[in-house]
Design a protein around this ligand. Structure first.
Ligand SMILES: *Cc1c(COP(=O)(O)O)cnc(C)c1O
Length: 229
């Protein structure tokens, strides 16, 4: 379903207002909004770009390539937030300007090599943490994050380690949580110790609690574009 321009404008504006109302005085700058455009047609991306949005998130390598090619007249900053596979990394490095879902040293090493070949160094990455050690979810267990971060910083100068990215379990939502969950506070503290110390946490359903926890990047799809078909 295509969402009309007026609705997109209202929703986008509302998200930006929520972000603005949660600026941490100690930090000063608002969290950055990544509009998650997976499965959305090119026309919807153009419509949201027209509202001033510049960061867009994509989850699939081929879809990223198709959209980046179709929209190359626009200065969009594509951020890859999907599952990584070694054989797709070259394509992703070619079209994305940042990868937020790095979950192994092997993938980091391949990204470093492709970034060097594409002359896109230092290439920005986030480590994806598996928030509660759920085996069904991707990401690195929290206790392995700091050693991996250190190894990447020592051995892969082609990368710029920006911080931590998290997809929390569905049970964490603005509706279910009145206060900032303990888990979110722990993630904030852990992210401070990783590279540039950025935290990418918060989606449509947990936007408020993620902002209250001090997230630096929120990734919002449904609340802007509507339900994905
Ligand atoms: C799809 C997706 C989002 C956006 O989720 P919404 O609930 O639609 O806001 C955010 N982050 C990641 C990693 C995603 O895959």
């Amino acid at each position: 379903m295509q969402t009309d321009q007026a609705t997109l404008k209202d929703r986008h504006h509302k998200i930006l207002q929520t972000i603005q109302s949660h600026v941490n005085p100690a930090k000063g700058s608002p969290a950055e909004l990544i509009a998650v455009s997976k499965t959305q047609p090119e026309s919807q991306v153009r419509a949201v770009f027209a509202l001033g949005q510049r960061l867009f998130g994509e989850n699939y390598a081929q879809e990223l390539q198709d959209k980046a090619e179709a929209l190359k007249d626009l200065p969009i900053h594509w951020i890859y937030i999907g599952h990584l596979q070694s054989n797709k990394l070259k394509k992703i490095v070619t079209y994305a300007s940042e990868i937020q879902t790095v979950a192994s040293f092997e993938h980091a090493r391949h990204i470093a090599r492709h970034a060097r070949e594409a002359e896109k160094t230092p290439f920005p990455i986030f480590l994806e943490v598996n928030a509660e050690g759920e085996t069904s979810k991707s990401g690195i267990p929290a206790e392995d994050i700091l050693p991996l971060a250190k190894r990447i910083e020592t051995e892969l100068p082609e990368l710029k380690l920006r911080g931590l990215m998290v997809i929390p379990p569905d049970s964490y939502s603005d509706e279910a949580c009145k206060d900032v969950p303990e888990l979110y506070r722990k993630l904030r503290t852990l992210a401070n110790q990783v590279g540039e110390g950025k935290l990418s946490l918060g989606m449509s359903n947990d936007l408020r609690i993620a902002l209250e926890a001090g997230s630096d990047f929120v990734r919002v799809g449904t609340a802007i574009f509507g339900r994905r078909s």
